[in-house]
Design a protein around this ligand. Sequence first.
Ligand code: SAH
Length: 218
Amino acid sequence: MSDAPLSAAEQKMAFLFALRSRGVTDPRVLQAMEEIDRGIFVRGLFAERAYEDTPLPIPCGQTISQPSVVGLMTQALDISPRDKVLEIGTGSGYQAAVLAKLARRVYTIDRHRRLVREARTLFDELGLHTITALTGDGSLGLPDQAPFDRILVTAAAEDTPGSLLAQLKIGGTMVLPVGQSDAVQSLIRVRKTEAGLDYDELTPVRFVPLIEGMAQDE
Ligand code: SAH
């Protein structure tokens, strides 16, 4: 192996290979992640590491998730093209952009105004007009647009937020990290049926915490 830097095409190949080797095998998810360039969502110092399978810092002290975790969460949601999806934790906007390739409509909420503003600009640039990004406390969900076919939470709560469960359709699926913010958390899938809620534990993960209320910084 030479030490020459990888070409853009080689970086993309390595990116997709890392996804597959970590269990992201659904061809629709792989296709969506091939179409959405993570490099656009990571700026500044870390931009050159955008195709590595690692979380990276974004503004407001938050992180863009690890690509393989984005892939596993998206795969666990098993989105159909008719679905209306709610994401809590817009962050960089990367996960919402991937969801938009698979769903009919995506609503995404973050408690930091700046992150929502910057993500909206990127969605416009990419022509992703089916995404609505809103500032607010996502732990309350989005009652105006409920119920949702799929809900994805990309910040860790100690328990499944009840208001989000209430906004999930019967037949719907929610995926979220659950656990203490300073410990390893579990990625959980909840399916809502006529008979009640079915929970499965998918994989250990580490997310920034879900914090109630709006951020006051900007
Ligand atoms: N999905 C993002 C990564 C999210 S990081 C991406 O693809 O880049 C988690 C995000 O959750 C942070 O941006 C944080 O501000 C947000 N967050 C934490 N608590 C929240 C809450 N109660 N409501 C909305 N967003 C919240």
